[in-house]
Design a protein around this ligand. Sequence first.
Ligand SMILES: [Zn+2]
Length: 327
Amino acid sequence: MQDELTMLEGGWMRLKVPLPFSLRFVNAYLIPDPTGGYTLIDPGLHTTAAEEAWERTIDRLGITYDSVRQIILTHMHPDHYGMAGWFQLKSGAPVLMSRASHAYARRLWGQDRAFDAELTALYDQHGMPLELLAQIAPHLESFVALVSPQAEITYIAEGDRLTFGGGEWTAIATEGHGEGHLCFYRPDTRLMVCGDQVLPDITPNVSVVPGGKGGELRRFLASLERLESYDVAAAFPGHRDPFTDFAGRIRELKEHHARRLDMLAGWLDEPVAAYDICVRMFGERIGGNIHNLRFALSETLAHLDHLVDEGRAERVRRGEGFMYQRK
Ligand SMILES: [Zn+2]
């Protein structure tokens, strides 16, 4: 447990909050404010192990929960949003997040479970076998406990100025990874809190989900273009370690998607279901893990739909579902 809390420059602290997935950790940033107290960014997924990690951290720092004055969420994915309500109960702090991200959180984990059936139907149309389709709704349902209790949200939006860590940060709306995702940029020190929009070592997931706006990969790439124009000295991501070559990492991500699109286009000689493309692409890595499979299939769909948007492939009806073929 010794490396779970890392001291960063400027008194910032990074807690690696444990996750029961292959990602293993999400980064929570605890940032001291010169006027006293702390700002907390992305507290983690609500598990017993995560509660224990926070208890150890609070003890080790010799602080109290109510010294956390505000909780800022980059987006509503459960590994970032899940503990916000628990932390709010302990600290009384406001939880700040975009309206779009909150709406999506309510759709996923609210009383209305319509999303479960919609996602199952989407995967059914794209060739997922029945025994796996049957696991989708229970899998989604299993997250409700991991994001409860859910926080009262104070809305923030693109262009808003937030004060933390002794500076002023601008919220930047980014697209393609999660609805309503926000990054935060501080111009005087050129720091960027980038959530999951730009990650070192691993590629941020870009997913097609029911009720999405469409063009997920196009919107993700457009957001990368926009972020690339910022002069960034250090970036603080949601996973893995803080890093310095922000523009270089953005170039790598753009190249990754260009290569993957070319590869997929080469697999579409005959009409093929997105599920079969997904298995060919991800192979062993998704076998038997419904969580990984869900992200893999939604990401495969994002790439295939992008090929359709670019006029390189077409989506054809097959029975109740769809297949893709080169144009
Ligand atoms: Zn995420």
